[in-house]
Design a protein around this ligand. Structure first.
Ligand code: BGC
Length: 764
């Protein structure tokens, strides 16, 4: 290290130290700001702008980093952090360049898309949300943070909390479904899990709530498409999960690609400053999504200089990949289009995050090579992932109790996803070890040993269209297309099935058929696989569909014709063992859908918390002229929000309320008796919904306001109580004031949004 750098660094640490010791009257946050300001005072304009630049780190390799542009940019102080660079050695090397070879030695922050686990993968987020278990969800984030931080990562681009009512949109797999209340609870649990109580703890990482905002509502379900929504819907239905993440203390927010009310999120000052900072009090930093600033050129808002200035002024702090900030801000400053204070604010927020992570104290605190070899993909972590996976499965149908299966006889295991490890991970699993995932075939073999005979055939390709299949056979997740004709594959499968006692059909989507830029115009079950099922049905053998999917699918034929359907999403590293746990009854399924499954694509958008309209159709009716309905399909979904069966059965008694006439800020208690009336111990997610019957604006028919996951032994009965406060009745009115309005309310409790017990109360 040359002398000049050493002197600067020493000066820097003295400054930091002096602020540390003398400012005891300041709050923790103020101390961090003081520290950041002490660094800011030493920085040139170029270095400040450099901190706002976040390149993708993928092309850095150990030992060669100095020879790439990235390496040079780090040396020149033109980089605030890197993302998606995997491996502690590579990260250490990049950090070394920043700390030892840049003028001020400011450490880098290292981000990654740690979305549902690091190397040990949990189910896709939509699957994890189906557990409805907030402790479990928090633990998944904590474990992901532990693994990622053991490999050098200190920042994750998660949780993704975009509400979506459109299963055509591929990214529903990365979110938590359609409900704002549940989405908010999950957002909070994830932020707590990643960040813990102390960001400088080497086992915690900075979280990033995304994609702010409304990314889950693109027109026609097409990714990146226009979003246009009323303020009322934003505030009441789409904002709550982002807000909950902010209230839980999330350190960073990622902008969305889409347009919000005529201005792309990354250039939308109302969203990023008025709402996020001024109304919600967010004090972390805002990073754009991947090249989102540059994309505002195509949105039609001007050239790179223009859109970069727009983004900074809107409240964006860090520019992911696009280098608009790096290359144009100085010019904009010279031309008076932005102020140095705006650059300073952005830089300060990034420096504060680095202080909170403890990077100024020890830039290598997340670069312990020992941890990387002992704390990642461990047997314990994999055991936990298996448990979470089994909890996430949703039993959609189980005619004549065909499940659980006996561990004997002959099983025909058929389908393109039966013997495919790579696709178990699901989408957004950048750090995963795909070929070490447990396939369904592995899992069934592990469970059965030689107690039963397993016959296997592929049966069909994922889809008949080879071009479509090629589009989803990416990121190290090959679909292993079979070149035989569909007829040949079906014939082989039928022959095998005829020799078996039961057919287990492993069908659905390939992992990358959902996720980013994986929208579908038609969510009907793939034809190639339905043809296979039709042929298998002819054998008369019971068929259990093990459904792999990243989104709700339209599958009325499957629901009518198959004996059992177990939705296993993409369950992560331990998928096969977890599926076997449930198929053979070692675990009783308890997952419940967090997103409605429509009967067909045309019903989209379909969601449980819809409004009544002025011409509602009578409950249970199909069609009535001049009512709000379709000629060709009932209004009801195939499987409603909150739905999921168990190997046991549950009975709900009537609702008892503590008082039918409540006043002011009293508390209401609503209880039901829940009985396990079947032969298995099991868990049930009891759901509380409320309807505000008369209000100053139209209100949803029901809104989730509470839930409890309850374990009941076979034959056991428990009283389940919910406490309801006026807080639970509040909503944003026409003027976007948050309040409750006295009057009549319906209280509903049940096992899914469509099957509830109801009682009425008045609250004045
Ligand atoms: C995605 C983000 C992701 C980012 C970084 C973007 O394409 O929309 O969700 O965090 O890339 O990989």
């Amino acid at each position: 290290m040359n002398r000049y750098i050493t002197i600067i660094l020493i000066g820097l640490s003295i400054l930091i130290f002096s602020f540390d010791s003398s400012q005891t009257r300041l709050s923790e946050d103020e101390k961090y700001i003081q520290k950041a300001d002490s660094v800011l005072a030493l920085m040139t304009l170029g270095e400040k702008i450099g901190q706002l630049n976040l390149p993708a780190g993928g092309d850095i390799t150990t030992g060669q980093a100095t020879s790439t542009d990235l390496g040079q940019n780090i040396k020149d102080g033109k980089t605030g952090g890197l993302f998606n660079l995997k491996g502690v050695e590579k990260i250490r090397e990049a950090q070394r360049i920043a700390v030892e070879e840049s003028r001020l030695g400011i450490p880098l922050i290292f981000g990654m898309d740690v979305i549902h686990g690091y190397e040990t993968l949990f189910p896709i987020p939509l699957g994890v949300s189906a557990t409805w278990d907030m402790d479990l969800i928090e633990k998944t984030a904590r474990m992901a943070a532990k693994e990622a931080s053991a490999d050098g990562i200190n920042w994750t681009f998660s949780p993704m909390t975009d509400i979506s009512r459109d299963p055509r949109w591929g990214r529903v797999s990365e979110g938590n479904g359609e409900d704002p209340y549940l989405g908010a609870k999950i957002a909070e649990a994830m932020v707590k899990g990643y960040q813990g109580d102390d960001l400088s703890d080497i086992h915690t990482i900075l979280a990033c709530v995304k994609h702010f905002a409304l990314y889950g509502a693109p027109e026609a379900g097409r990714d990146y498409h226009t979003v246009d929504m009323s303020r009322n819907r934003m505030y009441n239905e789409y904002f709550p999960p982002y807000k909950a993440a902010v209230e839980a203390g999330v350190g960073t927010v990622m902008t969305a690609f889409n347009d919000v009310d005529g201005l792309p999120a990354s250039g939308n000052r109302w969203l990023m400053t008025e709402m996020l900072r001024n109304q919600w009090g967010f004090d972390g930093f805002v990073v754009t999504d991947y090249t989102a600033i540059n994309e505002m050129i195509d949105h039609g808002l001007g050239d790179l200089q223009n859109v970069s200035a727009l983004a900074l002024k809107a409240g964006v702090d860090m520019d992911m990949v696009g280098e608009g900030f790096l290359t144009t801000l100085e010019k904009s400053l010279g031309e008076g289009k932005i102020t140095e204070e705006q650059i300073d604010s952005a830089c300060r927020r990034i420096l504060v995050a680095k202080f909170k992570l403890g990077l100024f104290e020890d830039p290598y605190r997340y670069c312990d090579t020992e941890r990387a070899t002992t704390e990642i993909f461990t047997a314990d972590n994999r055991r936990f992932a298996r448990e979470v996976a089994a909890q996430s499965f949703v039993l959609l149908k189980n005619e004549n109790q065909v499940l659980p299966l006996q561990k004997n006889g002959t099983i025909a295991l058929i389908g393109p996803l039966a013997d495919n490890r790579e696709n178990m991970a699901g989408t957004w699993s950048v750090a995963g070890r795909f070929d070490e995932s447990v396939s369904l075939k592995d899992g069934i073999e592990n469970a059965l040993g030689d107690q039963a005979k397993i016959l296997h055939a592929r049966g069909a390709n994922i889809v008949n269209d080879a071009d479509l299949e090629a589009r989803v056979s990416i990121f190290g997740k090959p679909t292993l297309r079979d070149e035989r004709s569909a007829e040949e594959m079906i014939q082989e499968a039928v022959e095998i099935a005829s020799q078996a006692d039961v057919i287990v059909a492993a069908l659905g989507e390939a992992a990358e058929m959902s996720g980013e830029a994986s929208s579908l115009s038609d969510i009907e079950f793939p034809e190639s696989q339905r043809d296979l099922l039709k042929a298998l049905k002819e054998t008369g053998k019971p068929i259990v569909l093990v459904l792999f999917t990243g989104r709700p699918r339209a599958m009325t034929w499957e629901n009518e014709n198959l004996d059992a359907i177990l939705n296993v999403w993409f369950a992560g590293s331990e998928a096969g063992d977890a599926i076997a746990d449930v198929l053979f009854g070692d675990v009783n399924p308890s997952g419940k859908l967090t997103m409605t499954f429509p009967q067909n694509t045309g019903q989209i958008p379909i969601y449980y918390n819809h409004k009544n309209t002025g011409r509602p159709l009578a409950e249970g009716a199909w069609f009535e002229k001049f009512r709000s309905n379709y000629l060709d399909v009932p209004n009801e979904p195939l499987y409603p929000f909150g739905y999921g069966l168990s190997y046991t059965t549950f009975n709900y008694g009537g609702i008892k309320v503590s008082n039918e006439q409540i006043k002011g800020d009293q508390k209401l208690t609503a209880s039901i008796e829940l009985s396990n009336t079947g032969k298995f111990d099991g868990a049930e997610v009891v759901q509380l919904y409320i309807r505000d019957v008369v209000a100053s604006i139209t209100r949803p028919m029901r809104e989730l306001k509470g839930f409890q996951k309850v374990n009941l032994k076979a034959g056991e009965t428990k009283t389940i109580s919910f406490e309801i406060f006026i807080e639970d009745l509040k909503f944003y009115n026409y003027d976007i004031d948050y309040l409750w309005e006295p009057g009549e309310f319906e209280i509903m409790i049940g096992g899914n949004a469509s099957e509830v017990k109801v009682t009425s109360i008045t609250w004045n």
